[in-house]
Design a protein around this ligand. Structure first.
Ligand SMILES: [Zn+2]
Length: 299
């Protein structure tokens, strides 16, 4: 694995640094394995197939693989895969243990590091506000404190929204429709995203994995709106309620992000390339998660 020397963002020692991902490597691999083309596409850049999630040289191997890695593996094996593969998929409830809080904290920590590494200024995001939460998260992740120092971590289980009933009020009356129009459901189950943003005057980090949304409130504390289930240090149960994501304060942002997929936001050349990959292995395409969800996307 290639490495460069630098200060590790977690243990802060000068060491060889490896490429760190926000999105777990095994989740990226799952997306490739279950896609019709064996490739990965980001919602924000539909014309550029990505072989990988966002990454940068941030952590030493001991911190990335030794400290954060086991919790990531735990999440993928005991929550992510069962949620996507369980009998009667998607399962309606998932129990979690104390490790979920650590995993959520590690996601937020890595989003902040990547935001700082790229530093693209955005409305509502003041990069100075990252300093204090980053120090809290670092102490917590290194095991120097069990106190989360008031940082709130939330999670929402998401679905393709095929079962949602939507009502629209028009001059002719009330129109009732099954499923969510547009690509939000597809994006929730096939897209990955990691970003810091302003939600209702709060600075938060958001990590979108297929079926899961993780949000950490960095500043100010005590979020009063709705961001999903607050992760308890003792563990608990997550239930799949499609309405959760629809009444979350993130909905506008998520719809805006997924809208880039709407109307087949793919260039013709790119669409041809995807078609060639499908033609080469139609069985793979027919069995893929993308094919299953595509009618929903095209609605
Ligand atoms: Zn380190």
């Amino acid at each position: 694995m290639p490495s460069i020397a630098g200060n590790c963002a977690l243990c802060q020692q000068h060491k060889p640094l490896i490429e760190s991902h926000v999105i777990p490597r095994t989740v990226i691999q799952w997306l490739k394995d279950t896609s019709g083309t064996g490739r990965l596409r980001r919602a924000s850049e539909p014309n550029r197939p990505r072989q990988d999630g966002a990454k940068a040289y941030l952590l030493c191997a001991a911190c990335d693989g030794g400290l954060l890695g086991p919790k990531e593996k735990w999440f993928v094996e005991t929550m992510f895969r069962p949620y996507h593969q369980g009998p009667g998929r998607p399962r309606v409830a998932l129990s979690y243990g104390p490790k979920l809080l650590y995993f959520a904290a590690s996601l937020s920590f890595r989003v902040i590091l990547l935001e700082q590494a790229w530093h693209t200024s955005r409305r509502g995001v003041n990069f100075k506000d990252f300093t204090v939460p980053l120090n809290y998260l670092r102490r917590y992740l290194r095991g120097l404190t069990t106190n989360t120092d008031g940082l709130e971590h939330y999670v929402i289980l998401t679905s393709s929204l095929e079962d949602v009933i939507c009502t629209t009020h028009t001059s002719e009356g009330v129109h009732v429709e099954r499923g969510w129009a547009g690509s939000l459901g597809f994006d929730l189950m096939r897209g990955v995203d990691s970003v810091a943003l302003d939600v209702m005057g709060h600075l938060v980090t958001l990590v979108k994995l297929p079926g899961f949304l993780f949000v950490t409130v960095l500043k100010p504390r005590r979020y009063r709106g709705f961001l999903g289930t607050r992760i308890s240090p003792q563990g608990g149960t997550l239930a799949l309620e499609p309405a959760q994501v629809l009444r979350s304060d993130l909905l506008d942002f998520l719809v805006g992000r997924s809208a880039r997929l709407d109307g087949i936001a793919m260039s013709e050349a790119q669409a041809d390339k995807v078609q060639q990959l499908i033609d080469r292995n139609p069985e793979r395409w027919m069995a893929s998660e993308s094919a299953r969800l595509l009618p929903h996307l095209r609605r």
